[in-house]
Write a protein that binds this ligand. Structure first.
Ligand SMILES: [Zn+2]
Length: 217
């Protein structure tokens, strides 16, 4: 399999993953914006600020909209992106590399930003590459820990595609570790979830890791 495995790379997107491209944020209908605004005013007051000074007047509303965007994945089912598939006999590795994302650490409500690499070996069913990026996007827009995010993406693809193998590797920088606490800028966290043949077969696992990390400059 190693020599013939085809590698499909996602284009590195130029847009910032934190909503720089003006794409529809998919705001969940259940977010109580007014309640967030009140809470943000409380926080400002609690740290000794005056929430009524000019520079802060619109901050609570702005923060409320930001949370609605950052947590929009709570109101979405990522499975809507895996419903359209194609029947293909292709049974080598399909890899989408460098899917940028921005999620929110559920322990500190601080962003963690990174890239996801998602590979699978089809069992008759393939889906569009952009759909894999959509799945990552929806799952990332939730209060999250990176370990669960990695598992959730992998399990969803196993369930929906019945793939022979699924491998998900996520690398991210956690602002709760870089800007506060132990303060280690430049550190990153890597998590992986290996399912099916990528779990049971060492050479398949080595192959997918080589596809993800090989021939990097
Ligand atoms: Zn954290």
């Amino acid at each position: 399999m190693a020599a013939s495995a085809r590698k499909i790379e996602a284009k590195r997107s130029d847009e910032s993953c934190c909503g720089g491209n003006g794409a529809p944020a998919g705001q969940p209908i259940n977010v109580d914006l007014a309640r967030i605004e009140r809470a943000v005013r409380e926080i400002l007051t609690a740290v000794g600020e005056d929430p009524d000074r000019e520079g802060l007047l619109e901050t609570p509303a702005r923060v409320a909209r930001m949370y609605a965007e950052m947590f929009s994945g709570l109101a979405q089912d990522p499975r809507i992106h895996t419903q359209k598939f194609f029947t293909e006999e292709y049974d080598e590795v399909v890899l989408v590399r460098d899917i940028s994302f921005c999620s929110m650490c559920e322990h500190h409500l601080l962003p963690f930003i990174g890239t996801a690499h998602v590979a699978y070996i089809p069992e008759g069913k393939v889906i569009g590459l952009s759909k894999i990026a959509r799945v990552v996007e929806v799952i990332s827009r939730r209060p999250q820990v990176q370990e669960r995010m990695t598992e959730d993406i992998a399990n969803l693809l196993v369930d929906e595609l019945g793939a022979k193998g699924v491998a998900v590797v996520i690398e991210a920088s956690h602002s709760c570790m870089t800007i506060r606490g132990v303060k280690k800028p430049g550190s990153s966290m890597v998590t992986s979830a290996m399912k099916g043949v990528f779990r049971s077969n060492l050479s398949s696992r080595a192959e997918v890791m080589q596809l993800i990390y090989g021939n990097r400059r």
